[in-house]
Design a protein around this ligand. Structure first.
Ligand code: CUA
Length: 286
């Protein structure tokens, strides 16, 4: 409103001066000194005063985006950027997940972020500003969701080939639901329940998968890729690139390079039976 008022005033004066100039002869005008006073007072001094006042006022408002002191929040979450996914840890618990952060609604959460490789930027626009993830440094921000729901976020610092496929989801849940989710994440992976799933577990633990991925409760303890202990509880794969369902998971394991070129998982042209068993086992890890 203020800006339009200012614009209206300036345009009005311009139009007025245009008409008045036409009526006058060329040459120096008697009122020129007074004119300069108006220009300096209204165009420089007043403008500076307004800009500085607005700046000071907005700096005070912007303070709300600062991270709270560590003791002020009841929950701290660690986020570690990787090319190209997000590792998510809940300190004080054994819960480790990826790309989908669950938080309790209407609760200030202290989010602390760093990176395992290059600089990324953690950004969930609806919840707060962005923070860079920097090697050997921990940057903090407050996450506060006043309504339940899923909030889409995105890596906001160019970090290589699949920077665009480095999405993040923050899921704000009622307190009780969040507690139940966290308790589930702390548990080891569900034991296979069928012959097919047992075959899948065997394939996982004896093949290349276990060298990069962890499934808590088994011998798989790799750290290169996401923790898969409760993979089936996530709604997406590959940092929100594809949906988490058997068809997409099979396509991902068969040739993840076709889905997300450059990612660290090599293509495994597995026999169809082995692939089917692996998918059955992984989609059972709720
Ligand atoms: Cu990570 Cu861009």
């Amino acid at each position: 409103g203020g800006a339009f008022l200012g614009l209206g005033l300036v345009v009005g004066l311009l139009v007025l001066s245009w008409f008045r100039r036409k009526r006058r002869a060329e040459g120096p005008h008697p009122g020129e000194r007074a004119g300069w006073t108006v220009v300096l007072a209204g165009g420089v001094a007043l403008a500076l005063a307004v800009v500085i006042t607005v700046f000071i006022a907005s700096v005070n408002v912007l303070k709300v985006t600062e991270a709270p002191a560590a003791s002020q929040t009841r929950l701290t979450i660690h986020v570690i950027g990787h090319q190209w996914w997000w590792e998510v840890r809940y300190p004080g618990t054994t819960a480790v997940t990826a790309n989908e952060i669950h938080i309790p609604v209407a609760t200030p959460v202290n989010l602390v972020a760093t990176t395992a490789d290059v600089i990324h930027s953690f950004w969930v626009p609806e919840l707060n500003r962005k923070i860079d993830t920097i090697p050997d440094e921990w940057n903090r921000i407050e996450l506060y969701a006043d309504e339940t729901g899923a909030y889409r976020g995105q890596c906001a610092e160019y970090c290589g080939l699949q920077h665009a496929h480095m999405g993040i989801l923050v899921i704000a849940q009622p307190q009780a639901q969040f507690r139940a989710w966290l308790a589930r994440q702390e548990k080891p992976g569900t034991a296979p329940a069928s012959a097919l799933q047992r075959a899948g577990e065997r394939a996982f633990l004896t093949g290349p998968c276990q060298s990069c991925h962890t499934i808590r409760g088994t011998s798989a303890s790799g750290y290169v890729g996401p923790d898969l202990t409760h993979l089936a509880g996530r709604s997406t794969l590959a940092a929100l690139t594809i949906a988490n369902d058997p068809a997409h998971l099979a396509a991902w394991i068969r040739d993840s390079q076709a889905v997300k070129p450059g990612n660290q998982m090599p293509e495994f042209r597995l026999p169809a039976a082995k692939l089917r068993a692996l998918v059955a086992y992984l989609e059972h890890l709720k």
